[in-house]
Design a binder for this molecule. Structure first.
Ligand SMILES: [Zn+2]
Ligand SMILES: [Zn+2]
Length: 302
């Protein structure tokens, strides 16, 4: 019991620290240097910074609490006998590139292309990017946009706060021991700690988005020296990441719902149906009946 609670506490620690750092640094900025800057420079400073803060917190919350694209595990009452005879892999051909779909032993279905099983969440996540401890959630097909926007707004947020804090300190060179100056130094110190990692991560994800890749595909070298069938071109990749459709989440198979066949488009990261061919690889197993595969029989929450 104690071990379980300790694990749960550790799990929430990075996300709790992130929220405390973000909220405390922002509050200190608005309370101490901001009134001086508003009075001596421009009345729009707290308004603009307030809007940026709103977008940072909204996207942070959405990335944290939104379903990242969990594919429900197959019904545990399904055909158990067949599971042992399944080939470990199925191959799909997407835009002429063969992509391997692995059988997930835990979830009991073939993982769609770009899907991966997260050991922390213990679920298969569609277009899995990575498991982020700072938001205590997986980043996948449904919440990647909010994670990316969070990074973009957070970068703007810390650059603007750092610049204004430096202006405040330069204007108070003779009063560096005043409480307002000391608090401003604390805010600068917090930003210094996170400045390089956050800007580096934002730049890294900007490159990934423009190239139509996920963090998982990048670090595992999926398209090393090869063609990425999921890329639509730099500008289109950025537009889809920022303004593409918001996908519905899947329902658990245990609840009553109407089954629909998942169109190839919804599981292949934006590749049209006629560009996807599914076939069994050179395995000796017996093909699974299509209706027993959760991937083929996903239910969409409407
Ligand atoms: Zn899985
Ligand atoms: Zn996860």
């Amino acid at each position: 019991m104690g071990k379980c609670c300790g694990k749960a506490n550790t799990k929430f620690l990075p996300a709790t620290c992130a929220w405390i750092l973000l909220l405390s640094a922002t509050t200190l900025f608005f309370t101490f240097p901001c009134p001086y800057l508003t009075f001596h420079y421009h009345v729009a400073i707290p308004i603009v910074q307030g809007v940026v803060t709103f977008f940072v917190l909204t996207n942070f919350s959405l990335a944290t609490f939104m379903d990242p694209g969990i594919i429900p595990k197959a019904n545990p009452d399904g055909d158990k006998e067949e599971d042992f005879r399944q080939p470990l892999y199925k191959n799909v051909e997407i835009k002429g590139v063969t992509v391997r779909m692995k059988w997930c032993m835990t979830c009991q279905f073939y993982r769609p292309p770009r899907c991966s099983h997260c050991s922390v969440c213990n679920s298969c996540i569609e277009i899995f990017d990575h498991h982020c401890p700072w938001v205590n959630n997986c980043i996948g097909k449904r919440n990647y946009r909010y994670f990316f926007l969070f990074l973009l707004f957070l970068s703007v947020h810390i650059i603007s706060i750092l610049s204004m804090c430096i202006i405040f300190i330069l204007d108070h060179k003779d009063q560096l021991t005043d409480p307002a100056s000391i608090v401003t130094f604390v805010v600068i110190g917090i930003i210094f700690l996170v400045f390089i990692p956050i800007l580096g991560l934002t730049g890294f994800h900007f490159v990934l988005v423009s190239r139509g890749r996920t963090t998982n595909e990048q670090v595992t070298g999926k398209f090393r020296g090869g063609y990425n069938p999921f890329s639509r071109g730099c500008c289109s990749n950025i537009c889809v990441a920022l303004f593409g459709p918001q996908y519905p989440k899947y329902r658990s198979p245990n609840k009553k719902a109407t089954y629909i066949s998942a169109p190839a488009r919804s599981v292949s990261g934006g590749v049209s149906e006629n560009q996807v061919k599914i076939y069994i690889g050179n395995n000796t197993g017996v093909p699974r009946h299509p209706n027993t595969n959760a991937y083929n029989k996903v239910r969409v929450l409407i």
